[in-house]
Design a protein around this ligand. Structure first.
Ligand SMILES: NC(=O)c1ccc[n+]([C@@H]2O[C@H](COP(=O)([O-])OP(=O)(O)OC[C@H]3O[C@@H](n4cnc5c(N)ncnc54)[C@H](OP(=O)(O)O)[C@@H]3O)[C@@H](O)[C@H]2O)c1
Length: 276
């Protein structure tokens, strides 16, 4: 029997309009959880909510929210309260990346990246953890990345954001032990979602074997259901092995390798203009 009782949960999933978030929604609905789905593309959320309610007899509520808002956490809490809902679990999944040398990046876009990838998970954790702790038996999953385990030249802000998420969440794991809440960071590697389309290039994942969102979610739920879940989990055996090797390589060699691997001029079909 699963360590986790999914039925009766009300799980907030950010970034549920596509990719890993939508897969979390489908998997949790199939297990009997009620859902609060959050993203900007509310038409997609509503279609998914309708489908999951009909298929699984759960309640799914769509909330449109731009997580770049500096008040995203309190705003979402106010919306959830106004609907008479109470979250028992939270999955901070929404996120996006930017690709290119830092010096060439649009500072406004980087601010949005930091807001969605760092500030939103912190704010939402702060806003909802009191209810999640009170519910007893809930979970907090923050989606980090393989990028959290290594420097990410040409995705400097993204990599640093995910390193933040990993560190932040592992600390919460320790603080929440004994609270009845299972907290951990989930780190996918290259996964076939809309992520690269939003980045605008697949240079960062060139040559990587893509995992499916359902595989990432299966890893997360297996970890959640395990007898004594640790503070973080990496999806995929190859990705787990890579992080071990990177630790052995040392930081200078790792960042040099990553810089070479993500060089757009190495690829004839790169969408990023070759640097002179
Ligand atoms: N795919 C990969 O290779 C990969 C690898 C490692 C980690 N990750 C992480 O996995 C998580 C899920 O990404 P994905 O791969 O599933 O990508 P995706 O298909 O692009 O999904 C990203 C989700 O985030 C939401 N989002 C983005 N900006 C938002 C904003 N300002 N406000 C509200 N929601 C916003 C999007 O919804 P709207 O556009 O509708 O707002 C969408 O639902 C992210 O944290 C990502 O960093 C992905």
């Amino acid at each position: 029997m699963s360590r986790v009782t999914y039925r009766g949960q009300t799980v907030i999933i950010t970034g549920a309009s596509s990719g890993i978030g939508a897969s979390f929604a489908r998997s949790l609905a199939a297990r009997g959880s009620n859902l609060i789905l959050v993203a900007r593309r509310v038409d997609r959320l509503e279609a998914l909510a309708d489908e999951l309610e009909k298929t699984h007899g759960i309640t799914a509520t769509a909330i449109a929210l731009d997580l770049t808002s500096p008040t995203a956490g309190p705003d979402l809490k106010a919306s959830v309260d106004a609907l008479g809902l109470r979250a028992t679990s939270l999955i901070n999944n929404a996120g996006f990346g930017t690709f290119g040398d830092f010096i060439d990046e649009d500072p406004a876009r980087l601010e949005q990246e930091i807001a969605v990838d760092i500030s939103a998970p912190v704010q939402l954790s702060s806003a909802f953890l009191p209810d999640i702790i009170a519910a007893d038996g809930g979970f907090l999953i923050n989606v980090a990345s393989m990028a959290a385990y290594m420097p990410s030249p040409r995705m400097a802000v993204y990599g640093a954001s995910k390193a933040f998420v990993l560190s932040f969440t592992e600390s919460l794991w320790a603080e929440l032990r004994g609270s009845g809440v299972t907290a951990f960071a989930l780190s996918p590697g290259a996964t076939s979602t809309e992520f690269n389309a939003v980045v605008g290039t697949d240079d960062a994942t060139a040559g990587a074997k893509m995992r499916a969102p359902d595989q990432v979610v299966a890893t997360a739920l297996a970890h959640l259901e395990s007898r004594n879940p640790g503070p973080s989990v990496i999806d995929g055996a190859t990705n787990r092995l890579s992080t071990k090797l990177i630790r052995l390589m040392g930081r200078r060699s790792t960042v040099t390798m990553m810089y070479r691997m993500t060089d757009p001029t190495r690829r004839s079909n790169s969408k990023v203009a070759a640097k002179k």
